[in-house]
Design a protein around this ligand. Structure first.
Ligand SMILES: [Zn+2]
Ligand SMILES: [Zn+2]
Length: 395
């Protein structure tokens, strides 16, 4: 058999092999769905993952950054190592999917498909253990607490990439609205950064009929909201993008009383790291100086969220080629624009080269909807992609 024909046989067999055992993977996914666990409480989920990985011969290390774990499989004498990450946590949502395997716990729901991500990586894990043709080391990273943006950081702080050195790290997210089973790759920034800012405008309250004896924080807040609109319009370059949203504004109780203070909460989003810093710097500068200009003062609380997910060019090109070889050009989503949502996988891509991709799940409710349904049809192609990615990386 020629090298190409041999490769072709392996390519077909990874998908076939996983599809022949897909009932196990779907049953597991639905079990995880029925028993969702919130960030830092993924004990049952992590336990199931560890048990299966051990059954298949992985060396399992638990308790990394809290409830995180890594399954390691080494074959041959290859020196290279690849990391593949899935997230495990659910959301505080009352499920309304109508599924027979809907959440058994009121107010907890796998509404972001992390049950699917875990099942996909486990299906790949089984293939790699029982059929995998590679020489080197696979580190399968099961991360907690993605929804609150803490899990990736916690695992890295606990020595994830020192204890499990990876030449590159990859992750995926399912995406309703993109064609089912198709894979989307984005070069460079793929998901937005997110930060939160609280601004309290402190003035001096008094009678509504004697405004000259007060420092009116309502007027200051109104000017501030208007001035904030200039940041994207006048501080961000026309070909870059950013968002400054004032999501809440609270102050005052009565029409004839000027309050002492007004509180605003904001979120900022961007793709380029320098735009992120511009947004944060300008919001703070406007809050302080506008308040000062009116004789009030501003108290600003900045809560940094996640950086943007920035894909590395070589690893993204590599992953795209693996998908093309496995599933054909028609299975790739062409010209996929970046997503404005955020992902704490961003921290892993700051620590290691790699890429984060999207798997279409077809038409349906969006992520985080109480009626969201993960599409089990995508488990096989996505798992076969992970398996081939690892085999090809470690050839
Ligand atoms: Zn989510
Ligand atoms: Zn998610």
């Amino acid at each position: 058999m020629s090298e190409v024909a041999e490769l072709r046989r392996n390519v077909v067999s990874a998908l076939d092999w996983i599809e022949q055992r897909i009932d196990d993977a779907i049953a597991l996914r639905r079990d995880l769905h029925r028993y969702p666990e919130l960030a830092w409480n993924e004990h049952r989920t992590a336990g199931r993952v560890a048990e299966l990985l051990e059954t298949w011969g992985y060396r399992v290390t638990t308790g990394i950054g809290g409830t995180g774990l890594v399954g390691t499989l080494t074959r041959g004498d290859g020196a290279r190592a690849i990391g593949i990450r899935a997230d495990m946590d659910a959301l505080p949502i009352v499920e309304a999917s109508g599924l027979e395997f809907a959440s058994a716990t009121a107010g907890r729901m796998h509404a972001c498909g992390h049950d699917g991500h875990t099942a996909i990586l486990l299906a790949a894990a089984r293939y790699l253990a029982e059929q995998g043709d590679f020489s080197g080391t696979v580190h399968l990273i099961f991360q907690p607490a993605e929804e609150i943006g803490q899990g990736a950081r916690a695992m890295i702080a606990d020595g994830l990439f020192d204890r499990f050195p990876c030449d590159a790290v990859f992750g995926l997210h399912n995406w309703p609205g993109l064609p089912a089973g198709k894979l989307g790759f984005v070069d460079g920034p793929a998901m937005a950064s997110v930060d939160w800012i609280g601004v309290k405008i402190v003035g001096k309250g008094g009678h509504g009929a004697a405004p000259h004896e007060t420092v009116d924080p309502v007027v200051v807040a109104a000017h501030l909201v208007t001035a904030l609109q200039s940041i994207v319009a006048r501080n961000v370059a026309p070909l870059d993008s950013g968002v400054v949203t004032v999501g809440s504004i609270h102050g005052g109780e009565a029409a004839n009383v000027i309050p002492d203070s007004v509180e605003l909460t904001l979120t900022t989003r961007s793709f380029a790291p320098e735009v992120r810093e511009t947004l944060l710097r300008r919001v703070q500068a406007l809050a302080y100086t506008i308040a000062e200009g009116f004789g009030a003062h501003a108290e600003v609380q900045l809560k940094r969220g996640f950086p943007s997910v920035v894909n590395h060019p070589d690893e993204t090109a590599f992953a795209r080629q693996v998908a093309r070889d496995l599933l054909g050009e028609e299975a790739l989503i062409a010209d996929l624009p970046p997503r404005t949502a955020s992902e704490d996988f961003a921290f892993m891509l700051e620590a290691r080269p790699g890429s984060f991709l999207f798997v279409g799940t077809g038409e349906g409710e969006p992520l985080h909807s109480p009626r969201y349904r993960f599409n089990d049809d995508v488990i096989a192609p996505a798992a076969a992609f992970w398996a081939r990615l690892a085999e090809t990386w470690l050839r």
